[in-house]
Write a protein that binds this ligand. Structure first.
Ligand code: FAD
Length: 277
């Protein structure tokens, strides 16, 4: 990589032996691009917790920089402290600290610890060992009252000790630039790296975007709907649209890009090559 911009790739923990093998290949292909780090998501409900740790340790053993995602979920602080110490002892130096999503089936009764408290907990127990990333929401998190609260809660994570942030994905560059300007006005000066979701299907992306509060502009959705039964055309359109988004973001001074790879290499590689990175 020829510049100082921060490029990173996100994986989720594979759940079958075949998926473990596939991830090794995907990691190899994306590792050839020399990203700053790979991150591995965390299912706070329990299903993928051990998988996350194993995947992190496996990738770390190849020499890659790996950042486990981490949330309190329903766990006792002692458990989280033990996991932090394990990562620390293994030489992991980065974390993505999150409140996490409610595990399906648990409903609204579970007490969720906000990410600013997790960041404070990590700093309290491991000092400056970890570089901590947190989540940011240019289009506003679905549970946040308004943009002022969004900035306020984001600043609390930064004040607790976060070093940088990765955004929820979005397809409207202006939402990112406006959010970044508001953060700057609020005195937030950490890098805010856009999260990039490649588009490879229609129904999946619409459903997921609904859940996480990412807006798909009408014209993009209409194109995707038209190409629903023509996967090649849909993927070509998706790569084109997301490449354009990335170009605008980088030209506008975004400090890098974080790709939600969904454990696939091709959609990310296509965008990467289009960008000439
Ligand atoms: P918080 O920052 O705690 O915010 C959650 C909500 O509470 C927001 O509405 C916020 O405005 C409000 N809030 C924040 N702090 C306070 C406070 N102190 N008092 C009152 N209200 C407050 N989910 C997973 O389960 N596993 C993953 O691995 C994962 N990885 C992700 C990676 C990225 C880069 C992103 C952007 C999201 C990821 N998510 C993941 C989804 C994320 O967990 C959800 O969006 C979750 O709903 C919020 O997490 P958060 O860390 O942003 O929470």
């Amino acid at each position: 990589m020829s510049d100082n911009r921060l490029f990173s790739f996100e994986f989720s923990a594979p759940k079958t032996e075949a998926a473990v093998e596939k991830l090794k290949t995907v990691h190899g292909k994306l590792n050839a691009l020399s990203p700053h780090f790979f991150s591995v998501t965390y299912g706070a409900g329990g299903s993928t917790k051990d998988g996350t740790k194993q995947t992190v340790l496996d990738l770390h053993a190849t020499g890659s920089v790996v950042a486990p995602h981490l949330s309190f979920g329903g766990d006792k602080p002692e458990l989280i402290e033990a996991l932090l110490k394990e990562y620390q002892a293994a030489g992991v130096r980065r974390l993505v600290a999150l409140r996490g999503d409610r595990p399906s089936g648990i409903g609204g009764g579970m007490n969720m610890t906000h990410a600013n408290e997790l960041v404070a907990f990590i700093r309290e127990h491991t000092g400056d060992h970890f570089h901590i990333d947190v989540a940011a929401y240019p289009e506003i998190h679905p549970e946040t009252e308004d943009i002022d609260h969004e900035i306020k809660y984001f600043k609390m994570k930064v004040d607790a000790g976060a070093n940088s942030a990765i955004t929820q994905y979005f397809y409207n560059a202006d939402a990112y630039f406006r959010f970044r300007d508001l953060c700057e006005k609020a005195g937030i000066d950490i890098p805010i790296v856009p999260g990039i979701m490649p588009i490879t299907n229609y129904k999946g992306i619409v459903r997921f975007s609904d859940l996480c509060g990412a807006e798909i502009p009408r014209w993009i959705e209409k194109h995707l709907q038209s190409y629903e039964h023509d996967p090649d055309r849909l993927k070509a359109f998706g790569a084109d649209v997301v490449t354009g988004l990335c170009e605008r973001l980088l030209e506008g001074g975004a400090p890098g890009l974080h790709f939600y790879t969904l454990n696939q290499s091709l959609p990310t590689l296509k965008i990467w090559n289009n960008l000439g990175l």
